[in-house]
Design a protein around this ligand. Structure first.
Ligand SMILES: [Zn+2]
Length: 117
């Protein structure tokens, strides 16, 4: 069993794909945190209206910011090209809509994100 060797360009390309994939999921982490901040802010409204306002503004900024980061990263993630074969990393061969399904390996040449370990 031989280990596949990555060139430095392939490694950088795969790291970029993994980073974009994680950023595209930013709302999944930020929305629950924003919800918790909102609940804490509302529970403090009788004792400290200023803190409630600040936490509420932080919750809204966190939610809106994560949506913007998620949308931009998702668009870039779905258009990303494979660092080895220069084809779209996520696109199914022969399918115009294949880019909608994320994958851990290039659909054309099989270059896998698992090689980054
Ligand atoms: Zn490829």
């Amino acid at each position: 069993m031989s280990a596949e060797v990555l060139t430095s360009d392939e490694k950088l390309g795969l790291e970029r794909i993994r980073r974009l994939s994680r950023l595209a999921g930013a709302p999944w982490l930020a929305f629950p945190l924003s919800f918790v901040l909102s609940v804490v802010a509302l529970s403090l409204r009788r004792f400290s209206p200023g803190v409630t306002l600040a936490l509420g503004a932080l919750a809204v900024a966190l939610a809106v910011g994560s949506v913007i980061v998620g949308i931009v990263s998702s668009i870039r993630y779905h258009a990303v090209r494979c660092p080895r074969c220069d084809q779209q990393f996520l696109q199914l061969p022969g399918s115009r809509f294949g880019f909608l399904w994320p994958t851990k390996a290039c659909r054309k040449c099989g270059l896998s994100l698992k090689l980054l370990r």
